[in-house]
Design a protein around this ligand. Structure first.
Ligand SMILES: Nc1ncnc2c1ncn2[C@@H]1O[C@H](COP(=O)(O)OP(=O)(O)OP(=O)(O)O)[C@@H](O)[C@H]1O
Length: 681
């Protein structure tokens, strides 16, 4: 993939900040750090996140509620740093207009947007226990399980586990059965097209393939729609229905006229918003990947429907991305291909330049914060899957222990939202553009004698005017000819006939000059779920050293790491305090977030604890530090240590955190630490 040119175009993504090609991910950690890494262990990973309080079930001491989580200190800091990068990458780099709109929304808004009628998933009920399952998830889980069982029975390499062991066991005897080749093909085809099925089709699949509730092995009933919005009421009367928003987008659209005015009446421009959204998910079981309350970051980019080119597209057109396009999925396959975004737009695979531009910008953002590009793909929506108004839609999917998960949606929503809100409220939500050259047109135009029209036709006058004004050019010409002969007849929809004469109406050819063009802009919408990104980033960053498999390391890039530097005094003796305070103050002044670990435990344990928290650098103050004013600098992934004067090391670590230098450059500045000074006690 060619990243050089694009990195030069977007200055805050510094090519030298842990260069993208050298990014550390759990899957290729061994080659990066030149040490042996232990394979990813989901159970150990989950235990580490829980122990270090990245996040935990909300209301835990009351038993918790499925799909609701609280973030602890490292999780909150990581999320804040991801948001900070998002704001720099999108809002600042692209000059977007930021919003903060309300969560509680009156019902009328979601009735108009279509959410009340259609923001729903298909659910099925266990016929005996009444347990509720999401229909498409049931099909996916059971078929994936059967395929995994088939691979096991054929003695092929076991597929990555799709569910935890307990559920897998419950999912039935089928898990170890060898399947017919045609059945395997059929299951694979169903899975490739899963998002394309309607509710009744999912019901048919359950019946045909005898798909039962994996927890109980009981049959399930017919799929029914379940609306995912949380309903509430606004005010004390209970008469004003409201909803917690399930996305932030409507808040953008309703402020369109003010935003347009703020942007001096010109398109293209984009609004951006980071905030909470709520979805009453049917059965959330996948940790942060499917929750009922989550933070979204959404962009609405307003563009001329007749010109969806993007002024900066040339900066990104050579960047290659992994695509899984619609045709491939509809043919029952999930084979991806690598293609430059320029080629994908030229060939019409991606609908337009603006959509292509945002797909690449999403890719760069994700890779910059530490997502492994080898586990990132863009999947196009299939025909049935796409909202009826959308013209093209691509999901950034990130691979993780549960498979591929949509983390960012990127859709061309056409003019749908602005048009429906405008029609409902009577407020024009349009752009008026002064034309450089006025458009001059000639057309046949009815000229009415209002006095005669009223006298002759009384209350029917309005109907007649409407009938004639609605005629197209050839019909008006025909009318003109008939009037020239003396009279004509027009017919209303209910069959009533009206005879017209030149005393009432004449048709004349007139010249019109149009100097303003009015249009409803189209909207390209990148929509990010920050919790899914945060979770997959943690997974991609987690690994264990072969020398200490019990302990994990989170190789988060410094730019998002919750704490950037750990200050570790070798001993808790008082004489270390002045240096600890001096170093802390200097790091604060340099804008580098640090923490001191002066706990009464071995230095190795303190480092190990902070490796699990993803802290990229450690500064050790030892007994030689006091007379020599030296300090050692440790890098988390390699565990290499260098030594230098306090000021030299602080300057170096500041640049490492900013991303202006990488570890190799730091090593050229600071000599290796041979351990001699530490024992000079
Ligand atoms: N229940 C959820 N929990 C966490 N994040 C979510 C959830 N639903 C949506 N998101 C995030 O919001 C983004 C935009 O929402 P969108 O409406 O496109 O998702 P979706 O298609 O409904 O997702 P899914 O098909 O997985 O339910 C998603 O890409 C995802 O990152």
């Amino acid at each position: 993939m060619r990243l050089g040119p694009i990195l030069r175009s977007f200055p805050h993504i510094r090519p030298r900040s842990y260069p993208l090609v050298h990014r550390r991910h759990s899957s290729d950690m061994a080659s990066v750090v030149n040490k042996t890494a232990h394979p990813f262990d989901k159970a150990r990973f989950d235990a580490t996140l829980n122990r270090r309080f990245f996040y935990a079930p909300a209301f835990e001491i009351y038993g918790g509620v499925a799909g609701l989580y609280d973030y602890g200190p490292p999780g909150s800091a990581l999320q804040a740093n991801i948001i900070d990068q998002w704001r720099k990458h999108f809002i600042i780099e692209e000059g977007m207009l930021e919003l903060d709109t309300t969560i509680m929304t009156p019902s009328a808004v979601f009735e108009t947007s279509g959410h009340v009628a259609r923001f729903a998933d298909w659910m099925v009920k266990d016929t005996k226990t009444g347990d509720v399952l999401r229909a498409d998830h049931l099909v996916k889980n059971v078929l994936e399980n059967r395929l995994a069982g088939d691979r096991e029975a054929r003695g092929l390499a076991a597929a990555p586990p799709v569910e935890d062991k307990k559920r897998k066991k419950k999912a039935g005897k089928a898990t170890t059965l060898k399947l017919d080749d045609e059945v395997v093909k059929e299951y694979e085809t169903i899975l490739a097209q899963l998002d394309n099925y309607t509710g009744p089709e999912l019901g048919e699949l359950c019946r045909k393939h005898k798909l039962t509730n994996p927890d109980t092995d009981n049959e399930v009933g017919e799929p029914q729609q379940f609306n995912l919005m949380f309903q509430s009421s606004i005010g004390p009367t209970g008469q004003h229905k409201g909803y917690l928003r399930p996305e932030t987008a409507q808040g953008h659209f309703l402020n369109f006229n003010r935003l347009l005015d703020y942007n001096n009446g010109r398109v293209p421009f984009a609004s951006a918003q980071i905030g909470r959204s709520f979805r009453n998910e049917i059965s959330p079981r996948a940790g942060l990947l499917r929750v009922r309350e989550f933070t979204m970051a959404e962009i609405e980019h307003y563009v001329d429907p007749d010109d969806k080119s993007h002024p900066r597209f040339k900066e990104v057109r050579d960047i290659a991305i992994v695509l899984l396009d619609r045709d491939v999925q509809e043919a029952g396959s999930s084979e991806t291909r690598v293609m430059s975004v320029g080629e994908a737009v030229d060939k019409g695979i991606i609908a337009n330049e603006t959509l292509g531009y945002f797909i690449v910008r999403i890719y760069l953002f994700l890779v910059n914060i530490g997502i492994n590009p080898k586990r990132l793909r863009f999947r196009q929506h299939m025909a049935n899957e796409m909202a009826h108004y959308a013209t093209d839609c691509w999901d950034a999917e990130i691979h993780n222990a549960t498979g591929w998960t949509e983390c960012v949606g990127c859709a061309d929503r056409a003019a749908y939202d602005l048009s429906v809100h405008s029609a409902k409220t009577g407020q024009p939500l349009v752009v008026r553009q002064a034309l450089k050259e006025p458009i001059v047109t000639e057309k046949e135009t009815p000229e009415w004698n209002k006095k005669n029209l009223g006298k002759l036709f009384k209350k029917d006058a309005a109907v007649i005017t409407q009938l004639v004004e609605a005629l197209d050019e050839p019909s008006l010409l025909k009318l003109k000819g008939e009037l020239a002969q003396g009279s004509t007849v027009v017919k209303s929809e209910d069959g009533k006939e009206f005879a017209l004469t030149p005393e009432v109406v004449t048709i004349e050819r007139k010249v019109f000059k149009q100097s303003i063009r009015e249009f409803t802009p189209n909207v390209i919408e990148p929509s990010f779920g920050l919790g899914r990104i945060l979770y997959t980033l943690l997974e991609h960053s987690f690994w264990s050293r072969e020398s200490d498999v019990e302990r994990g390391v989170l190789s988060l890039p410094p730019v998002v790491a919750p704490t950037k530097v750990l200050i570790v005094p070798l001993s808790a003796r008082e004489e270390f305090n002045p240096l600890v305070q001096e170093i802390s103050a200097k790091l604060r002044k340099a804008g580098v977030f640090s923490r001191v670990d002066d706990s009464n435990t071995s230095i190795g344990k303190r480092y190990a604890r902070n490796d699990e928290l993803g802290t990229p650098f450690g500064l050790t103050i030892d007994f030689a530090s006091i007379p020599n004013r030296t300090v050692t600098l440790r890098e988390r992934d390699t565990t290499d240590q260098r030594i230098g004067s306090i000021d030299e090391v602080i300057a170096t670590v500041t640049e490492l955190v900013d991303g202006t230098i990488d570890w190799e450059e730091a090593c050229q500045r600071l000599p290796a630490y041979d351990g001699v000074q530490a024992v000079a006690e």
